[in-house]
Design a protein around this ligand. Structure first.
Ligand SMILES: [Zn+2]
Ligand SMILES: [Zn+2]
Length: 438
């Protein structure tokens, strides 16, 4: 297996990745006296540029960096400085838990927390797929070892087997659903911590042969897949298990062993360094993020009443008689009388005519019937097979016949469409003016 890119200097092993620091404020251009070896200290700023010393590996130096580029973790290039990664921290293909360091950067104004880890190498997986491993469970004798294995979309130039890529997890600071969430789960789900499982996105950053950088968000292909055919319960999708498992891991919250079920993942507690910025002293210090010493039980399922209330809050008609629309329907749903979820699942798309009215586009063959589930509790509201898979009540809502398909009422019921968007990371349009920090 090829070795990751090498660097030549000695590196403090406790510092995971050679990022520069964050600056979120403007600073006066006053002080150019920088003690040798200072790490991560902001010494000058001017017109949106900050001069910072950076924990670079080779050579240590300072430079002028626009503040917009100080959103560390969103790019690997800063001026003419190319950030390298210490090879001691590279883990591939199966990372050992204890060797992964994550670098954390909070950007409260953007409601985002970025977590970066060392690069991983793309390898070939089953059925000609390309994969990377983000994190693995600790080895427990007699138990299958779970890991977050992510498929690399085919057809993206620059992502061949053997390529080293930089994974970045982008988490919503308030735990709300991320617009590019890895899980792609519908925004209303049956577990109490459903939102958190949906609150992070995974992207990889990679360099092309010509030296330009790109990133692409990765997401799961089938959100409703069970971990194994035997571990198949409503809402207990494999990707929900990963989603909440990674959330707990990065929040450093321990899952109560007794409440862990076979389909769940337990990645333990992540080792995290955070780049703390002190405005008063204008210093940046990488600090260990200490676990809050908190154990949580696996999350509970919402009751039918809670799901009804949640869907109702979003504007969906989850009450009244099954099959009864809240307002008379203008057109005919296919299949006729389908609940919102089955009706929307059958749509290929929706066009809007100049008068603003919606025109549904159906595929050649119908994708699903709306079949009433049998064997449920006779005292509970009837539910269809599709909605029971998500442990939620059927809804019949006139408004979902007119709204755009990215409306929250639709997204509450359907997974986000699978898309692949490769974006280039622009080269900073500045040069580093000052170097040499001996
Ligand atoms: Zn249905
Ligand atoms: Zn239904």
């Amino acid at each position: 297996m090829a070795q990751p890119p090498q660097h030549t200097s000695s590196t403090p092993v406790d510092w995971p990745i050679g990022y520069p620091c964050i600056a979120q404020h403007a600073f006066r251009d006053e002080n150019s006296d920088v003690p040798a070896g200072t790490r991560g200290k902001i010494v000058r700023t001017e017109m949106g540029y900050a001069q910072v010393t950076m924990p670079y590996l080779e050579p240590p130096r300072s430079g002028w960096v626009p503040q917009s580029y100080l959103q560390i973790g969103t790019t690997r290039k800063y001026g003419d400085i190319h950030v390298e990664v210490p090879p001691t921290l590279v883990n591939s293909p199966m990372p050992e838990q204890s060797n992964i360091n994550w670098s954390k950067l909070s950007i409260p104004q953007a409601n985002r927390i970025f977590y970066d880890r060392a690069q991983v190498q793309i390898r070939s997986g089953p059925s000609n797929q390309k994969r990377i491993t983000i994190v693995s469970e600790a080895e427990v004798p007699g138990q299958p070892r779970g890991s977050l294995e992510v498929t690399i979309p085919s057809g993206v130039p620059g992502l061949d087997v053997g390529t080293w890529v930089h994974p970045v997890i982008e988490m919503m600071a308030d735990g709300s659903p991320h617009s590019h969430s890895y899980t792609r789960l519908p925004i209303a789900g049956p577990y109490a911590d459903w939102n958190q499982a949906n609150s992070w996105a995974l992207k990889i950053e990679f360099e092309l042969d010509n030296g330009s950088w790109q990133h692409v968000y990765l997401s799961c292909r089938n959100p409703y897949e069970a971990r194994t055919p035997q571990l198949n319960w409503p809402g207990a999708f494999d990707v929900y298990g990963h989603g909440i498992g990674i959330y707990r891991y990065l929040q450093q919250v321990q899952l109560d062993r007794n409440s862990k079920q076979a389909w769940m993942y337990d990645y333990g507690l992540a080792r995290i360094k955070e780049q703390k910025f002190d405005f008063l002293t204008q210093t940046i210090t990488p600090e260990d993020v200490l676990p809050p010493n908190k154990i949580v039980k696996a999350s509970s399922m919402k009751t039918v009443g809670q799901m009804q209330a949640e869907l109702g809050q979003l504007g969906l008609n989850a009450f009244g008689n099954p099959g009864q629309m809240d307002q008379p329907s203008k057109g005919t749903r296919r299949p006729a009388g389908a609940c919102d979820s089955c009706y929307l699942h059958n749509l290929e798309g929706r066009n809007f005519l100049p008068d603003g009215s919606a025109q549904d586009v159906y595929p050649q063959s119908q994708r699903t019937e709306c079949v009433k589930a049998t064997g449920g509790n006779p005292n509970e509201r009837a539910v269809c097979v599709r909605c029971r898979q998500l442990a939620r009540p059927c809804t019949w809502t006139r408004a979902v016949e007119d709204c755009p398909l990215d409306d929250p009422r639709v997204r509450a019921l359907l997974p986000r469409p699978y898309t692949i968007q490769v974006q280039s990371i622009p080269d900073p349009h500045f040069s580093v003016h000052q170097v040499a920090m001996q």
